[in-house]
Design a protein around this ligand. Structure first.
Ligand code: DHB
Length: 311
């Protein structure tokens, strides 16, 4: 079985979309809910609806993708209302409501207040790592601000939530973010958001491939798997055991999924490959991951989760 245990729930399998891909409106969310994914997450919501950055703003590359969407979304009220309906219709199949901020610190707080005051009691993925808002740094690269924000949120927020993190590249930063997160009763972390502010150049035209920010954008896909695995592993080694990890980054095959689980992930998000392949990716990943378990004689994910061997 591919059953995945995560924050006390059992999901049929660990696979879900990564926020931003196939989750903009009710129709796309219904399609995800009906697919072979084990769960799903909504598009990161800001207080007000947004059109996002000018196009082209998402381009598939041979080894991944580059995007600078700029938080296009239908606004928190839309996703919250839809989430409350889904929760009432299917109380036993949890999903994730993604919430971000366009304006910075105060909007994060007011968005979480909005959710706290609503009837939604499910999981929230607090996105501290959008790299595509011109002039705004990624919250989770500022360790002091992140601690301040979580302090503020925990003054009033009583429902389960986790945080989506950017990739870190230094052991000092792994230590620092883990120190901050371990002070709070957060339920999960998601490693990683896109590798921020990459630059891709088209060989035929010597030109960037996306319009916003002079061509700089978040990188996803095959390019980022080693970075994603390192972040899952490093955070699993440092976080309180009560904090589950979602592994995101470079999952194209069952083998990629298996490696994320070896590093200690409990759920797995697929962004770039879902965008390239469509919803059929989930059935393929389930088949490929199950074949790996069978070949290795494992009967469940628990048999190998977090058990990466070292030399
Ligand atoms: C966007 C990109 C992200 O990586 C993210 O976490 C949130 C929003 C965007 O550009 O829309």
């Amino acid at each position: 079985t591919l059953q995945a245990t995560f924050y006390g729930h059992t999901f049929d399998n660990p696979f879900m979309n990564a926020s931003g891909v196939h989750c903009m409106d009710k129709t796309e969310l219904d399609e995800l809910a009906a697919s072979a994914s084990g769960s799903f997450v909504t598009k990161s919501a800001t207080a007000d609806s947004r059109d996002g950055n000018p196009e082209p703003r998402y381009i598939n590359l041979e080894l991944g993708s580059i995007n600078s969407m700029g938080l296009p979304n239908l606004g928190l009220a839309y996703y919250l209302e839809d989430a409350i309906k889904r929760q009432a219709a299917n109380p036993d199949t949890p999903f994730f409501l993604s919430v971000a901020s366009y304006k910075g610190f105060d909007e994060y707080v007011s968005n979480m207040k909005h959710i706290q005051e609503s009837d939604y009691t499910g999981l929230v993925e607090l996105n501290l790592s959008c790299p595509n808002v011109p002039g705004k740094p990624q919250m989770a690269y500022d360790f002091e601000d992140t601690e301040k924000l979580l302090n503020e949120i925990f003054k009033f927020y009583t429902k389960p939530f986790g945080v989506k993190l950017p990739p870190y590249f230094d052991f000092m930063h792994f230590d620092k973010i883990a120190d901050v997160l371990n002070k709070f009763d957060i339920k999960f972390v998601n490693c990683v958001n896109s590798v921020g502010n990459g630059l891709y150049i088209d060989e035929a035209t010597d030109t960037v491939v996306i319009k916003p920010k002079g061509g700089f954008g978040g990188i996803g896909g095959e390019y980022i798997k080693p970075t994603a695995l390192a972040n899952v592993r490093a955070l699993r080694q440092r976080l309180n055991p009560s904090i589950d990890i979602i592994g995101t980054g470079g999952i194209l095959t069952g083998r990629d999924a298996y490696e994320h689980l070896l590093c200690g992930a409990s759920m797995l998000q697929v962004g770039t490959q879902l965008h390239k392949e469509g919803l059929g990716v989930f059935e393929r990943l389930n088949t490929e991951l199950l074949a790996i378990l069978e070949a290795k004689g494992y009967t469940s994910i628990a048999d190998f989760k977090g058990k990466l061997a070292t030399l």
